[in-house]
Design a protein around this ligand. Sequence first.
Ligand code: PLP
Ligand code: COI
Length: 353
Amino acid sequence: MQVAVNKAAQLKAKPDEKKLGFGTIFTDHMFNMDYSIEKGWHDPRIEPYTALVLAPSTMVLHYGQGVFEGLKAYRNQQGGVQMFRPRENFKRLNASSRKLCIPEVDEAFALDALKQLLTVEEAWVPSEPGTSLYIRPTIIATDPYLGVRASFTYRFFIILCPVGAYYAEGFNPVKIMVTKEHVRAVRGGVGDTKTPGNYAASLLAGDKAHKAGYTQVLWLDGVEQKYVEEVGAMNIFFVIGDELITPSLSGSILPGITRDSVLDLAKTWGMTVSERKISIDEVMDAHAAGHLKEIFGSGTAAVISPVGALKYEERVITVGDGRVGPLAHRFFQAIQDIQYGITQGPRSWVELV
Ligand code: PLP
Ligand code: COI
């Protein structure tokens, strides 16, 4: 399939790269493609970034049948543009789609279309340290229908936004709070997919955490409320003694690409790495015994987010000395250096545009 290109007549002014936040500014163009049962995925096109015109009855608005991804393009040392493990994102997009009864896309075609979009929008990839172009592939159910069933039609779009740091704190420790009142996901549900409802369902707990003075919620499993699952919208790691621990992918945890990259690097660095169940009691006991060295989150937006304080029931603990731990710092630096093409990744993690 050929991607049609319809360029914008007028281009927007580029933002000040030193003042970039997250997710507010969008580029001049977007990618669109439609699905129908008769035609399959068809009409791929790059066109001006514009509002979608949807009937109020559009299915995604009512029943949330949609999936999305999040990845980034970086300005590399040679002045070119590169992505970090984008094939993994399209693979995960299809895994999410399977769970939501959405037709899969051809991963190689989608990656190629994204590269074409990035070529058109090359000037939007910022070069200030710590900045990048965030990429949001999304699929939504578009039938104008209120019955509960899978839609027969879909729109796949990709939008781009130049971004700086995700957290206002930057690369500084955040305070997190365990909730027992709410759960993010349950086994057999959709916690392992990037679907809008997961994020909507996390807002109330997040709001309560903010009001209590915390940045993120530490989610426990939805069955026993005993085992740690994720932190905010990130995967989580613990350093206890000499062991690097992250919860195993139980079905209710998003299989993060940054998580996988941390695990891979840790193994090549010869560290003791465990993907296993870790209870909140184990974390609190390790702290009491003086063995809890670090906690950090991992995700595309922030890469690594160190945790400085943790609240569980009535106890608030300081993690390590409350500052960025040496391993959080090492992973952050190593992954960023690969993303910006300063160093070579252990495998072919880099996709040049
Ligand atoms: N967990 C959730 C719920 C997420 O939304 C994300 C972000 O994409 C992650 C974890 C981290 O995944 P990744 O490292 O692929 O960005
Ligand atoms: C992440 O990249 O870590 C995220 O969770 C992205 C978020 C904006 C959904």
